[in-house]
Design a protein around this ligand. Sequence first.
Ligand code: IPM
Ligand code: MN
Length: 349
Amino acid sequence: MYRIAVLPCDGIGPEVVAEGLKVLAVAAEKFGVKYEAVEYDIGGDRYLRTGEIIPDSVMDELAQMDAIYLGAVGHPDVPPGILEKGILLKLRFEFDQYINLRPVKLYEGVWTPLKDKGPEDIDFVVVRENTEDMYVGIGGQMKRGTPDEVAVQTAVYTRKGCERIMRYAFELARQRNKHKTVHSVDKANVLTYGHDLWRRTFAQVGEEYPDIKKEYAFVDACCMWFLKNPEWFDVIVTTNMFGDIITDLGAMIQGGMGVAASGNINPEGVSMFEPIHGSAPKYQGKNVACPIAAILAAGMMMEHLGEQEVGGAIENAVAKALASGKLGDLSSRSGVSTTETGDLVASLV
Ligand code: IPM
Ligand code: MN
């Protein structure tokens, strides 16, 4: 019996999470897997009502869960940063979810803006470091609001932080057994302290994996290759900030924000699964958001929990739904509603 914390949060989060749970229920039932979904009222509305973001008591409860399933964070009436830092980054950092796993996979039947590229060309995984870099929140401001103001935002890289994410990436490349290649995506030509540490660590950890090819790409060039030759990639390991940026580009080539899922993983702790899209408040309550990313995230969660059959069934059902051509262009204007999409996927499990 698994216990799964459900944090629908803001905007379209609750709508897409409902569809993920709908599909999960069918898939789990099919394979006799039992779980309890415990929902938490966290997000912008609660913050505006009570001033609370995540109470310590909730953090303690989440620490006891088998996994966290999250919708989306961000509320138009809350200044940027408060909920992002107070919810998403707090969970990632406090639960030390140091791996942000972001598959970039074009499913059959999904439109990509890349000319002459198909599902055989777009199938790689970005392993984004998830606890360091500019995300650590170290820095400060002085003379704020004056013409002389100064701001510092520090990027932090640690030897251990680099090692553990890289080891995960190499293991993943071995397991995928595709090109047996890991690309380090960095900016070692400019960030000559931080990304020098990153690259030296990559070379050193790489020695433990003689069967895996090591490649290097600067992040700007990587953006170019995503569009020009996505088929070159198998596993990419990259820093937190660059991983954030390149996976929005990755989402576009795999069919849009509506299909890109992710896992925030701590192999020894509590992991969290979410679509990579935001809360899209303008679509809230309209039943138009594409829930595929949230559904795939539920599948990733089950795989992570060791329920390969359930996870595989969810992914297969999504693949069938996408291949059926019944889901339109997966945008908010597709003419297929959030709930209809969930129903179709659930019927194909
Ligand atoms: C993401 C998001 C977050 C990030 C924001 C909301 C803090 O963009 O998950 O990609 O930057 O990591
Ligand atoms: Mn992002």
